[in-house]
Design a protein around this ligand. Sequence first.
Ligand code: ATP
Ligand code: MG
Length: 235
Amino acid sequence: MKPAIRVENVVKTFGVGEARSFALKGASFEARFGELLMIVGPSGCGKTTLLSVVCGTLNFDSGRIEVFDHDLSAMSTGEITRFRCKNIGFIFQQFNLIPTLTAVENASVPLLLNGHGTRGAEKTAAALLDQVGLGGKIHSYPNQLSGGQQQRVAITRALAHDPRLVLCDEPTSSLDAATGKKTLELLKERALEPDRCVIIVTHDSRIYHYADRIVEMEDGHVIGIHEDPKNFHHA
Ligand SMILES: Nc1ncnc2c1ncn2[C@@H]1O[C@H](COP(=O)(O)OP(=O)(O)OP(=O)(O)O)[C@@H](O)[C@H]1O
Ligand SMILES: [Mg+2]
C-alpha cells in the first residue's frame, strides 16, 4: 500500500552565505496509514523543522514531500494553505493560541475556516474540550490557563475539524502523567482509522510505547527507523 506521507532526501537551510546552516541534511522517512509515528532525537536535530516542512508552513530547499498523494513542491502556496486547512491539524511546540480568544473560540478556529457556523463550531469544540478535562474552562482566555491547560486547548484545536493528518510537536511537554496518558489515548484513537495518520515529535520516553514505529533523528538526518518501540531506548 502507498504510504500516507513520503519524505525523500529533504534538505532545509536557514540563512545565506557565511550564516547559512543546515537544519535538514537529506532527511527521509515514510508514515503509513493508520499509524502513530513518533520522531525522536536531541534538541536542535531538526524535528520541528521536519514537521513544519511536512505541514507546508515552511519551504524546503530540495528533496520531495508527498502528503496523501499530493506533491507539496508542485503546489502553489494557496493550494497548500487550502489543503492544510482541510486535512492537517498541527499542535505547535509553543501552543500558538490566539490570546484574545477564549478556549472554546480558539478550538473553533479550524471549523470556522472550513465553513462551519459559529454555534455549531463552538458546540463541537466545547464537547472536545470536555473530553480533555477542560469542560469548566471553555470561556477562559489563554493567560488565565496553566501551561498544561493551554496545551490541551491546542490539542483540541488540532483535532476539532477531524483532520486526516495530525502533526504534534511535543504534545505532552506540559502535561502530568495522567493527562499525558489521556491525550495519547485520544491521539492513538485518531491514528487508528485506515485513512489517517498521526505524527508526534517527542522527548518524552514515557510515551514511546504508544508509537507504532519510531523515527530517530540526529543532526538533520534520519538515522534509524524502529519497528519495535517497546524495546526502543533512546540515548
Ligand atoms: N528560523 C530559523 N532560523 C535559523 N535557524 C533555525 C530556524 N529554525 C530552526 N533553526 C535551526 O535549525 C536546527 C533545527 O531546529 P529545530 O527547531 O528543527 O530543532 P528541534 O529538533 O525541534 O529541537 P528541540 O527539541 O529543541 O525543539 C537548529 O540548529 C536551529 O537552530
Ligand atoms: Mg522542536
